[in-house]
Write a protein that binds this ligand. Structure first.
Ligand code: DCP
Ligand code: MG
Length: 417
């Protein structure tokens, strides 16, 4: 009798898990009486609980009647919505929409602020629940992870659906929160699949499903195709992933360059070999602030300068606290008409020094138009390395003087570095 010594390599099965309406769902744990109602998260500081506690002294928060909560229609200010519950989304309200605009669509929505500490706590909890079931977990931010199902017991059953169900159930039991999971041959497809059946859904996609389930989707659904690439693809009359897949790789390379073009071709065909990386390192750290009123670079120079310096100090403190240094320093502005401008500059060595960051960020600022009032200012440090790993590198040289200095008076706008 012939003995088969063939070892079967299991099919690669990668899951992407994303929590449902995460910040809002965390609030509903505190206020279960709001379940099923439109709720949006956004706006200012956490005064709500104190207000409710005061008014309903002696009663637990879960017994405060829904009528007592602040409503979107009474909101005055410049906040944007961070997220919305699914009942609120039915009114067309969602992430990044201005609150006053959202109030027109759903005036009766309840408004609650974010509780970052609570959100972080639940984030840690749901991730540790997953790690106990499947050890290969890649952290992708506060509410999403990739999980390698390939070698996990049950990870192959029904293409991963059985394990996905177990994880969903375990997270719900530990936290009361729901999530959606996509399981696919790789990260790229899994990320798309987790959205297919939101909220509280599971979608399993196989290689053979790519033509039917992935190709009809708009190109923007590919993680990595942003608004600029999308606009260019549209100009080239490519709207769906299938239309992208139908292009010759050389044509894509001709239009988007060697690496992006080749990547686009692979992505459209559902090819992606990226491993699930357990210890994910931050790519950048940033701080930004939306002003209470629009500020003008000349008239409000002192105020802007102080805010700018403080942002740099905060980013530097974040880096130092977490043990990182960075090489690319950038700024972000949002003008009163909501347009965004970003600039960055890469320096010689790594830094976490607030003065160096301030100086380089100040030079970036000189490269953006500043005639228009500003709503928001942000500072980012990217190309990060662990402080120890970067020790061998030369220290950050003071930023070189810019060649195009002080072409316009607003160049010095936010005061000296
Ligand atoms: N978030 C944010 N700023 C944004 C987008 C999101 O602070 N521009 C926060 C709020 C979200 C959380 O991150 O609750 C997760 O983002 P998601 O995009 O996953 O959105 P949700 O989890 O809220 O909703 P969904 O059910 O669509 O995943
Ligand atoms: Mg989410």
């Amino acid at each position: 009798m012939e003995r088969k010594s063939r070892t079967v390599t299991p099919r690669r099965r990668i899951a992407h898990l994303d929590m449902d309406a995460f910040f809002a769902s965390v609030e509903l744990l505190r206020y279960p009486q709001l379940k099923g109602l439109p709720v949006v998260i956004g706006g200012g500081r956490r005064k709500v609980d104190e207000m409710l506690v005061e008014r309903y002294a002696g009663r637990p928060l879960s017994e405060v009647p829904p009528q007592a909560f602040p409503l979107l229609k009474d909101y005055v200010g410049r906040g944007v919505i961070t997220t919305a519950t699914y009942p609120a989304r039915q009114f067309g309200v969602g992430s990044a929409m201005g609150m006053m605009k959202a109030a027109k669509l759903c005036p009766q929505a309840i408004v609650l602020p974010v509780d970052f500490d609570e959100v972080r706590r639940y984030s840690r909890t749901f991730k540790s629940v997953i790690r106990e079931i499947a050890p290969l977990v890649e952290d992708r931010g506060v509410d999403e992870v990739y999980i390698d199902f390939t070698e996990v017991p049950g990870g192959q059953r029904e293409g991963g659906r059985v394990l996905a169900r177990l994880i969903q159930k375990s997270i719900f039991e530990a936290t009361g929160l729901t999530c959606s999971i996509g399981v696919a041959p790789n990260k790229l497809i899994a990320k798309m699949a987790s959205e297919f059946d939101k909220p509280n859904g599971i979608s399993v996609v196989f290689e053979d499903d790519i033509q039917t389930r992935i190709w009809p989707l708009p190109v923007r659904k590919i993680n990595g195709i942003g608004p600029k690439a999308e606009a260019k693809l549209h100009r080239l009359h490519i709207r769906t992933i299938g239309e992208m897949a139908a292009q010759d790789v050389d044509w894509l390379v001709g239009n988007f360059g060697r690496s992006t073009g080749a990547w686009m071709h692979d992505a459209a065909w559902g090819r992606d070999d990226r491993p699930v990386v357990t210890e994910s390192e931050p790519v950048s750290m940033s701080r930004e602030t939306t002003f209470d009123r629009d500020l003008h670079a000349v008239r409000d120079r002192a105020e802007l300068g102080a805010i700018f310096t403080e942002l740099c100090q905060k980013v530097a403190a974040d880096l130092q606290r977490k043990g990182y240094v960075g090489k690319t320093i950038g700024i972000k502005l949002r003008y009163d008409d909501f347009r965004i401008a970003t600039r960055d500059q890469t320096i010689e060595g790594f830094t976490a020094d607030p003065r160096t960051i301030r100086q380089v960020a100040g030079q970036c600022l000189k490269r953006v138009p500043l005639k228009q009032p500003l709503r928001l200012l942000g500072v980012r440090v990217g190309k990060l390395a662990r402080e120890g790993d970067a020790a061998a590198a030369p220290p950050a040289a003071p930023a070189p003087a810019t060649a195009h200095r002080a072409a316009e008076p607003i160049a010095d706008l936010f005061g000296p570095a």
